[in-house]
Design a binder for this molecule. Structure first.
Ligand code: COD
Length: 299
């Protein structure tokens, strides 16, 4: 069982070739620092795309040693995104990482029909947390890509996450589909979707995991709380994955775990031809490093 994000290291196989990671618009100190740290630990081999002068300035100011690392000079940000995404599209790199660019700009590049990273599947964001007060790693999806997913999108989001969790050797993840309450209420559409997803799982329409919902956050993560409410569930209090109703719930939960609970996080976008490291600007260098590790394990 994975208890810490550093346990991901154990899943990196020594006989696997080192993955190539392209950092799109690399003049971001935390991203650059994390990429170079991961390269020094042989987790990835880096390619830095962006304005060479700016990248070298950031590296100098933050004492990051980039000597010997390939830099592809492209001062224009949107062209830098296109170049970076194309490297992955053309199989010259295995992982894409967001640098000093806006998330929607990078995602629009990823979704480009000609040179993007589409596979025909839904793309979704997957965040894996080490929370000091929880007994194992817990994932949350989707906190950063799909804004207000409907039932079909939720199925796609679940399939991406479950597939990736299998790669993390979490064989049959327990999934809690979150609502504000743990009973079905017609006025709360999240509870209707949750009930449908649970039933689809029972009928083998969604496989590889155990789904229960609707569950409120407290009974999803605390068996004591579930017991108080008389909820009988294999998932309640022991879930591996939380499916949130929309990006707002997910994003606030993500940031509250990090800022109020000292949680550590790693995150990637799934469903594309390669994992995409897409952390937010406020994420620490450690979160970016963990995200690179998470991407390297699955790439
Ligand atoms: N998976 C696969 N294809 C998709 C997805 C997806 N998740 N989203 C859109 N597409 C395809 C559509 O089918 C269509 O073909 C094309 O992409 C454009 O779709 P639109 O018009 O919905 O796309 P955009 O460009 O308006 O928006 C796509 C974004 C991913 C940019 C948008 O959903 C977005 O801004 N998401 C939130 C990103 C964000 O700000 N996160 C910050 C949190 S830190």
């Amino acid at each position: 069982m994975l208890k810490k994000l550093s346990d991901l290291n154990k899943l990196l196989k020594a006989d696997m070739p080192t993955k190539r990671l392209v950092l799109a618009v690399a003049d971001d100190p935390h991203s650059l620092g994390a990429v170079i740290a991961a390269q020094e630990k042989n987790i990835i081999e880096a390619v830095l795309v962006g304005d060479q002068n700016k990248i070298e300035k950031v590296a100098y100011e933050h004492e990051i040693t980039i000597k010997g690392t390939q830099i592809i000079h492209e001062p224009d940000k949107l062209k830098g995104i296109r170049l970076s995404v194309s490297l992955v599209h053309n199989k010259q790199a295995d992982i894409l990482m967001k640098g000093n660019v806006k998330t929607p700009d990078l995602l629009r590049g990823v979704l480009n029909k000609d040179w993007g990273l589409r596979t025909g599947k839904l793309l979704s964001h997957f965040a894996l947390f080490e929370v000091p007060t929880y007994h194992k790693l817990i994932a949350i999806t989707d906190v950063a890509m799909n804004i207000s997913p409907g039932l079909n999108e939720k199925i796609g989001i679940l399939e991406n996450s479950v597939y990736y969790m299998h790669r993390l050797q979490i064989a049959n993840p327990k999934v809690a589909v979150l609502g504000a309450i743990e009973v079905v209420d017609e006025k709360m559409s999240a509870t209707l979707d949750a009930a449908l997803l649970s039933k689809m799982n029972q009928r083998d329409q969604i496989t590889g995991c155990i789904i229960d919902g609707p569950l409120a956050f407290d009974n999803a993560v605390s068996s004591e709380s579930a017991k108080h409410k008389g909820i009988k569930s294999d998932v309640a209090g022991d879930c591996d994955l939380l499916l949130v109703p929309d990006i707002e719930v997910g994003n606030v939960l993500y940031k509250s775990l990090v800022f109020f609970s000292n949680a550590k996080v790693a995150s990637v976008v799934l469903g594309a031809i390669a994992p995409i490291v897409l952390t937010s600007r406020s994420d620490s260098e450690e979160a970016k490093f963990n995200s690179i590790l998470l991407a390297a394990v699955g790439a």
